[in-house]
Design a binder for this molecule. Structure first.
Ligand code: GDP
Ligand code: MG
Length: 184
């Protein structure tokens, strides 16, 4: 995992969401290709990842989301924000706008908001509380700039992922990069 404070990023991606929804695990899965079964909360960091000619910086929280809010500094000049909730815990879905909506003001004006339901491997379709339709609806509300033709082509910025099973994680990050970075 590469980590550096010196290189400049072409795109800053942040991740928001309640404690223990699986934010660090998502990043680990994508950057490292692994799933770690420990509490990986300690140690805020950002990780650099090349994507074509670009440098992507993916920022993780230090676990501050547990007690206090995240700082505006965390969001500053973010080009994309992953809003993560646990598909098996509806309270964490409500938190996305109740706790994290306002600090996104510090992100870029055109910041892409991607709603991500985590731990899809644990979902029981018969008893699930947050439907895919609700997730999709929130994603569309948060991104009023996305036009219908784009959504038709690329899909809504909503993903149901499993870091454990490595499901939809790469697809979610690719969606972000393809939307935010011009390919020549
Ligand atoms: P964070 O506080 O949001 O960064 O959450 P973590 O990434 O530290 O994960 C919190 C807990 O959820 C840990 O025990 C992880 O092992 C577990 N977890 C994370 N992702 C998944 C997943 O995709 N499936 C399952 N079953 N558990 C997960
Ligand atoms: Mg964490």
């Amino acid at each position: 995992m590469s980590q550096s404070g010196k290189r400049k990023a072409d795109l800053k991606v942040i991740i928001l969401g309640d404690y223990a929804v699986g934010k660090t695990s998502l990043i680990c899965r994508y950057i490292d290709g692994t799933f770690r079964k420990q509490d990986s909360t300690v140690g805020a960091a950002f990780f650099f990842k090349p994507w074509g000619p670009y440098n992507i910086a993916v920022w993780d929280t230090a676990g501050d989301e547990r007690y206090s809010g995240l700082s505006h500094f965390y969001c500053r000049s973010a080009g994309a924000a992953i809003l993560a909730f646990d598909l098996n815990c509806p309270k964490t879905f409500e938190s996305l706008w109740a706790r994290f909506g306002s600090i996104l003001d510090a992100a870029n004006e055109d910041c892409l908001k991607v709603v991500v339901g985590t731990k899809s491997d644990e979902v029981d379709e018969k008893t699930r509380d947050v439907s895919s339709e609700e997730g999709r609806r929130l994603a569309l509300e948060l991104n009023p700039d996305l036009d219908e033709a784009y959504i038709e082509k690329a899909g809504a910025p909503y993903f149901e992922t499993s870091a454990l099973d490595n499901k939809n994680v790469t697809e979610m990050f690719e969606y972000i990069f393809q939307r935010c970075l011009p390919l020549s």
